[in-house]
Design a protein around this ligand. Structure first.
Ligand SMILES: [Zn+2]
Length: 265
């Protein structure tokens, strides 16, 4: 146990942890997760729901490994991956160059891009056609949901809202043009504005899930903005100094966050 997380296993020298709250949310969500999708006697629907829920986290985990291994391929460090109810976090430290950071970020969504044909072919193979699953056909429904979940994760995660991968990609691209501080300021400001609007919408509609997600995005975007301010305050004379530069880099936490939203309701 480290910080409330259980170590699951170690792969490619990267420890994978599961946060305790994952179980809490899983127990709450699994019965609702596949409701109305899976049919059958006794525990059959529950078993399919559980399998789908676990598959969702398997996709998230492979995505996180995409970040971690890409980061390492450009000379950065990948320490560990934590799975928690909102998805996964890859704790990585890419070299502080825009290209290296960009590659470490986009490699995650690229995994989902590669999974698109895999899940589409799997869906086709279950039935031998692309017809929509009928009620009662659990394997067909499972393959269908998995295909949609992967695509949904990809689309949601690439929205240009910091700290989603799309927002971090925007930040890394802007870094090439306007430098790191401005890039982080712009990207995190967009994250803050969208999170603020989503909080309002969550309150008005009474959508707890949206509220939780919006608050999380808002907090992370605020942290991003604060980091940009810390970097901006650094005296450039000292920043040239190797040690001060190192300290500034340590100040910046390179965490790549992922949330899984659209298919959790
Ligand atoms: Zn990601």
């Amino acid at each position: 146990m480290v910080n409330g997380s259980i170590k699951l296993f170690r792969l490619f020298g990267i420890d994978v942890f599961l946060h305790w709250s994952w179980f809490l949310v899983a127990v709450f969500l699994i019965p609702r997760f596949g409701s109305g999708q899976f049919y059958g006697p006794g525990n059959t629907p529950m078993l399919w729901s559980t399998l789908l829920y676990l598959s969702l986290f398997a996709i998230v985990l492979v995505h996180e490994f995409g970040h971690a291994l890409a980061c390492r391929s450009v000379g950065g460090q990948a320490r560990h991956i934590v799975l928690w109810p909102l998805g996964g976090v890859a704790f990585v430290q890419p070299p502080q160059r825009p290209g290296a950071v960009l590659w470490s970020i986009v490699a995650g969504p690229l995994v989902n891009v590669m999974l698109v044909p895999v899940t589409v072919i799997a869906y086709y193979l279950v039935r031998g056609s692309f017809e929509l699953p009928a009620a009662g056909s659990n394997p067909h429904m499972f393959a269908f949901s998995l295909m949609l979940m992967n695509a949904g994760l990809l689309v949601f995660n690439m929205l240009p809202i910091y700290p989603l991968d799309g927002g971090q990609t925007l930040m890394a691209l802007l870094w090439f043009v306007v430098g790191r501080v401005k890039a982080l300021k712009v990207a995190s400001m967009i994250g803050l504005v969208v999170a603020g609007a989503a909080v309002l919408l969550g309150v008005i509609s009474g959508d707890i899930w949206m509220l939780v997600l919006a608050l999380f995005v808002g907090m992370q975007a605020f942290n991003g903005f604060r980091t940009a301010m810390v970097l901006a305050r650094m005296d450039p004379r000292y920043y040239d100094d190797r040690h001060a530069k190192r300290a500034a880099e340590d100040e910046v936490e390179n965490r790549i966050h992922d949330q899984i939203d659209p298919w959790r309701r």
